[in-house]
Design a protein around this ligand. Structure first.
Ligand code: SAH
Length: 391
């Protein structure tokens, strides 16, 4: 593990270890707005409308987040624009790298002292950003570090987008050893439940996928939104007609156990959320990813593999098994490898495509459920992020 030096972007701010204020939404940032609204905003500030495109080209096209580096803008304009369109939203507190520099985790402090994390994962053919959509999470899944923490607040559109723009800049600098310099995928598998912050996450997806200078120009298919299964929001997502990849965190094929592992199941049952996931797949023509954290003697029995196989047989779905990453103090552990192999075998025998997710970032607590920032604050922020969704 390497601890990378952190250059504070706001040296005037007091040490964040002790500063946690009342949760509040951050100031507006250009990434909150579409290009038309950015034009309106710059003219309100007394600047010519073309500045909107200029700022946007810097931010989305060249991944420049700091207005002082936009040297083709007159100093007076920079001063006028910075507070209203480019406030600092994310202050890096700590950056860690492992897997020979191919995995990097950033812990951020937000303007109100809340902490969130993002992870950048490099592969030979692609670079993936795992981002947070909320500070904390209200879903209370007992095996997940963020679930233990409760919800602090939703992130703004720009707080989400800025994580990606930052990580795209890191990739572009060539810092991710052995990977292409272009960030190509984003997974909403960091802290939070993306569909509980629905309008902002959808807006962020639009910003990430619109071509520069409007947005970052990523492909919708290369964006994965992961959910515990908030049924009304899943139905709403179907109606958006986006082509993002949907991941459903199932973790149990039966309601008895899922009620415990994913408490929202007490409201929306396995059959209902699977139906919505299959409808999404039918509409987009893209396989949904069924996430299943294998927990020793809890959900890893052969009969559960068979039941899952029956539920998914013939559907446009594949299973992504995640070896449980035990959270501190948890009574649960990952399944032994032979049990995992048997689970995979049974699913494949049922004709269900199945992969076992790699365990990227465990060394830096950057794997699923483990984005723990507890070391930095007594209020112990924590997080869930994730390794990679095998496509
Ligand atoms: N709230 C969203 C995204 C959060 S995390 C969701 O639940 O889908 C992304 C994935 O990591 C989810 O499938 C989540 O259940 C899983 N996860 C969380 N904690 C984990 C842990 N300790 N070990 C393995 N997977 C975990």
């Amino acid at each position: 593990m390497t601890i990378l030096p952190v250059i504070p972007t706001s040296p005037d701010q007091p040490d964040a270890v002790t500063t946690r204020r009342r949760p509040s939404m951050p100031p507006r940032h250009l990434a909150d707005l579409d290009l038309a609204a950015r034009k309106a905003a710059v003219t309100t500030l007394g600047e010519p409308a073309f500045r909107a495109k200029q700022l946007s080209t810097h931010y989305f096209g060249r991944l420049v987040r700091d207005i002082d580096a936009m040297t083709d803008l007159p100093a007076a304009s920079r001063e006028r624009l910075t507070g209203d369109l480019l406030p600092t939203l994310l202050t890096p507190m700590r950056e860690l790298a492992c897997d020979d520099g191919a995995t990097r985790k950033t812990l951020w402090r937000l303007h109100d002292g809340a902490l969130v994390e993002s992870v950048l994962m490099g592969y030979p053919d692609r670079v993936t950003a795992c981002v947070s959509s909320q500070a904390g999470c209200g879903m209370a899944c007992p095996f997940c570090a963020t679930g233990q923490q409760g919800l602090t607040r939703n992130l703004s559109v720009a707080e989400i987008v800025d994580q990606v723009v930052y990580l795209a800049g890191v990739a572009a600098s060539g810092a991710v050893t052995g990977s292409p310099p272009r960030l190509s995928r984003v997974v909403f598998m960091g802290m939070g439940e993306p569909l509980a912050n629905y309008p902002r996450v959808i807006d962020a997806v639009r910003r990430l996928t619109e071509p520069a200078p409007e947005g970052l120009g990523l492909s919708q298919r290369h964006i994965t939104v992961s959910t515990v299964g908030l049924l009304p929001a899943m139905r709403r997502l179907i109606a958006e007609e986006l082509s993002v990849t949907l991941a459903l965190s199932l973790h149990a094929p039966d309601d008895d156990l899922r009620d415990e592992l994913v408490p929202v199941n007490q409201r929306w049952k396995v059959a209902e959320v699977l139906d919505a996931a299959f409808d999404y797949a039918a509409q987009t023509g893209r396989r949904v990813s069924i996430e299943y954290a294998l927990i020793r003697d809890v959900n890893d029995q052969p009969w559960r593999a068979d039941l899952l196989g029956r539920l998914l047989h013939g559907k446009l779905a594949h299973v992504n098994l995640i070896p449980l990453n035990p959270t501190p103090g948890s009574k649960w552990d990952a399944s032994p490898k032979p049990v995992e192999r048997e689970f995979v075998r049974r699913l494949r025998d049922a004709g269900v495509a199945t992969t076992v997710r790699d365990t990227r970032g465990r060394e830096i607590d950057g794997a699923c459920g483990q984005l723990a920032a507890g070391e930095l604050t007594e209020a112990a922020a924590g997080g869930a992020a994730d390794a990679e969704v095998a496509q």
